[in-house]
Design a protein around this ligand. Sequence first.
Ligand SMILES: O=P(O)(O)OC[C@@]1(O)O[C@H](CO)[C@@H](O)[C@@H]1O
Length: 300
Amino acid sequence: MIVTVTPNTALDVTYTVDGLRPGGVHRAREVRHRAGGKGVNVARVLRTLGADVHAILTAGGATGALVESDLVAAGIPADVVPIGGETRRTTTVLADDGSVTLLNEPGPRLTGNEWQTLAAAVRSRKPDVLVCSGSLPPGAGGYAGLLGDAPSILDTSGEALIAGLAGKPSVVKPNADELREVTGLRDPVAAANELRKAGAAAVVVSLGPEGLLAVTGSGTWHAAPSTVLTGNTTGAGDAVVAALALGLSRAESWPDILRRAVALSGAAVLGPLAGDVDLAHYQVEQGLVAVRARPDQDTT
Ligand SMILES: O=P(O)(O)OC[C@@]1(O)O[C@H](CO)[C@@H](O)[C@@H]1O
């Protein structure tokens, strides 16, 4: 079973507007609400693909109740850790010029007991692959304490990413900006190798429309999509993580994992909300993704 962990659950609120102007008044044409947070999105994608997945998340207050009922409606099996605080909301604004703007709340403070309950839930599920995703709310313990012996993927940023490397994740998946921020290095291969030296077995970097770069113990690859897509990019990284989790659970080769990941990422851009994937695109694109070994690999 693939288990996803979302310590900082969110109710994702997605607005569609004609245009976005700082300081302006905006009348939304459409507003949609959905259970979110990165691990929840990963679980939703895996569920759509028919994988054996279980989500573990926190939820509190009226917003937490909305998240829980949305998960039930979507048929996503979950352990929900009740918390005293109110689950956060994150806001995505889709504008007609194609821009995607996010406003993410920090999330409610977790108590020590709440964090321990979350950690106990992770242990008792005995995952075949563990996915730890998203920001940590105030008061949370580190991801390193959740990562065990099972293959694992860590998708977070900043301090949470650096501290999580102590748990020796199988894969970390920063985007290019997050990678530069934590290493101070502009070259993504050099930066990825820094994270490998600090504890990650492999690093998969999202390069946006340019695809994915994977720096692993068995080689370095670049995987490029066949075409650049426009749409809702929120959740595209979570679709990549879903593909990585599936690949690890099936012990697939890196080129196969990357083909699936790039195709699923594009399928997520075409989906209306984070966690949605366009399965028709996914199936066709898998055969079109170009995966090339990079000669400048450094597997030390
Ligand atoms: O604040 P975090 O935890 O980094 O990201 C949260 C978030 O923006 O990420 C998902 C998209 O990847 C959304 O569903 C969610 O609300």
